[in-house]
Design a protein. Structure first.
Length: 73
């Protein structure tokens, strides 16, 4: 479960796509703009996964606070 202090973009990204994201290349993810204070993801398959919580932009940062809880199956 991901909890956020205000609406923002929350993404669950597999390892390969996370590297693409960090290099500002095209990538795929689960999630998107979250308006509620929390959201849940189900890991779609085995592997290394990253949760990215965007806190605005470089030129317009937002003071967003967030927390992530992992609940194993």
């Amino acid at each position: 479960m991901v909890q956020i202090s205000e609406p923002t973009k929350v993404m669950l990204i597999g390892d390969y796509n996370y590297r693409q994201y960090k290099e500002h290349k095209t990538f795929s993810y689960n999630g998107g703009m979250i308006e509620d204070s929390s959201c849940e993801f189900t890991i779609p398959n085995d592997g290394l996964w990253h949760v990215v919580i965007e806190k605005g932009s470089y030129y317009n940062p937002k003071p967003i606070t967030a927390s992530v809880e992992i609940h194993p199956k």
